[in-house]
Design a protein around this ligand. Structure first.
Ligand code: CTP
Length: 430
């Protein structure tokens, strides 16, 4: 889904950089339109680098034309039609007045008139300007026309005063955008194969070697993918959980059965997520009869097949393969070595060292690791983390040819360096 962020000229313009990141974390395609005044606060390059798309700054700006762009005279119409939401942050008193009175004298105000998409505004201004009857009347007009006003907070203002007028936090603005966009369907057309739970390797008819995996993470991923429009195949080891509705469940017990089920169904999948805790070893001999206590006992174990590595070897073009790993130390180093060894596109490193997160908990924290990025996902519910994992997985799909890495970053870009995820480099379209 595509969202246009309009940036007007206020000191809070720098916060729009964080808003762009927040929206991208939701796997949204973000385009940025800036007013001339906004360019005095933040360089357009900052937003170009963050969004990966050229930034539109002027109605008649020739630099807006070029390969892949619309003719500038109709660009505002094209942008207005392509956007599924327009969010203006910060929205100055001036831009609110122009919107309210239909003045179309720059790209943003013209686009506002031309779009049929939902419009949100996040006002930011001095408290007296905010409280002025003219501003309040303009806001009333906009509300009556269906514009969602994301109320500013109360606090210290850039002008030195204290009061209402502080722009809402980027996370709150992003949340309002997501609410307006409605349930996500960004996985429509995808088939997601998820493995979940632990496996059991029999010793005799009543005993097995297993692990503490509950299946909660994998089931949460299956549910999240289904609710975002994917067809889901959930291959599950023994688990006490009810499977999510509208998900095909294949029940298995052993690592070998899980391997067979995964290999059998993987050709249907566009995304494979291997969150199961598969046994690394199985007993060489499985007794037909219940083993008797006869003093000390040694059990010989043989390694199981590494299903993740095998899936990565056999993958078809365009198929994304995401693994999991439980690391307690040197997480990024160990995780990256595992990623390369297994040939997956990404590995989600579970934090199993915390008291509140990991195995059998409803909470989890993780690092989403690719060969070039390490995205920290702090403690949250497994259901929320499932969405974050799917968001980052979809970002791996973005066409790489559009992306050119920027080697030198301007001082402005320090804003992004601070807000950007570690190791993720700014991107810009040639
Ligand atoms: N995996 C698999 N087949 C196995 C073992 C593991 O597909 N026989 C997958 C898991 O589903 C998971 C990832 O590989 O996606 C975990 O790799 P693994 O090497 O087992 O890592 P850890 O569980 O972290 O254990 P260790 O570091 O001891 O290897």
């Amino acid at each position: 889904m595509r969202v246009t962020v309009g940036v007007s000229g206020g000191i809070a313009a720098y916060k729009a950089a964080e808003l762009v990141r927040e929206l991208q974390r939701q796997a949204l395609e973000v385009h940025v339109v800036m007013t001339e005044a906004a360019c005095k606060f933040v360089q357009p390059l900052t937003f170009a680098a963050l969004s990966g798309y050229k930034v539109i700054t002027g109605l008649w700006d020739d630099s807006n034309s070029g390969p892949g762009s619309y003719d500038s005279s109709i660009e505002h119409i094209a942008e207005a039609q392509a956007a599924q939401a327009l969010v203006v942050a910060p929205a100055t008193a001036d831009i609110l007045a122009r919107f309210a009175h239909g003045i179309a004298d720059n790209f943003l105000t013209t686009m506002y008139l031309a779009t049929k998409a939902p419009v949100l505004v996040a006002p930011a201004m001095n408290v007296n300007m905010w409280e002025h009857p003219a501003t309040q009347a303009n806001l009333q007009i906009l509300r009556e026309r269906g514009v969602r006003v994301i109320e500013p907070g109360v606090g210290d203002l850039a002008c030195g005063m204290v009061g209402a007028g502080r722009m809402a936090e980027p996370a709150a603005i992003a949340e309002a955008v997501l609410t307006v966009l409605g349930p996500r369907h960004d996985l429509a057309g995808e088939t997601v194969l998820v493995t979940a739970g632990g496996t059991r390797e029999a010793l005799d008819p009543v005993r097995f070697i297993g692990n503490r995996s509950s299946g909660k993470m994998g089931y949460a991923i299956a549910e999240a993918a289904q609710s975002r429009g994917a067809k889901v195949i959930l291959i599950s080891g023994p688990s006490a959980l009810y499977p999510p509705s509208n998900v095909e469940v294949v029940k298995v017990t052993t690592a070998e059965q899980m391997r067979n089920a995964v290999l059998d169904r993987m050709s249907e999948a566009t995304i494979v997520i291997k969150s199961a805790a598969v046994a690394d070893y199985r007993p060489v001999v499985v007794s037909d009869q219940k083993l008797k206590r006869t003093g000390p006992m040694t059990i010989e174990l043989a390694p199981t097949e590494d299903i993740l590595a095998e899936v990565a070897r056999r993958r078809h073009a365009g198929q994304l393969i995401i693994g999991f790993a439980a690391e307690t130390e040197n997480r990024v180093e160990n995780g990256r070595a595992k990623l390369l060894r297994k040939g997956a596109d990404a590995i989600v490193i579970n934090d199993v060292s915390g008291d509140r997160t990991g195995i059998d908990s409803d909470l989890n924290a993780a690092t989403f690791l690719t060969t070039s990025t390490a995205i920290e996902m702090p403690e949250m519910s497994k259901r929320k983390l499932a969405d974050r994992i799917l968001d980052e997985t979809l970002i791996l799909r973005r066409p790489k040819h559009l992306i050119v890495e920027v080697d030198s970053v301007s001082a402005q870009d320090e804003i992004l360096q601070q807000s950007a995820t570690p190791a993720r480099r700014p991107i810009i379209v040639e």
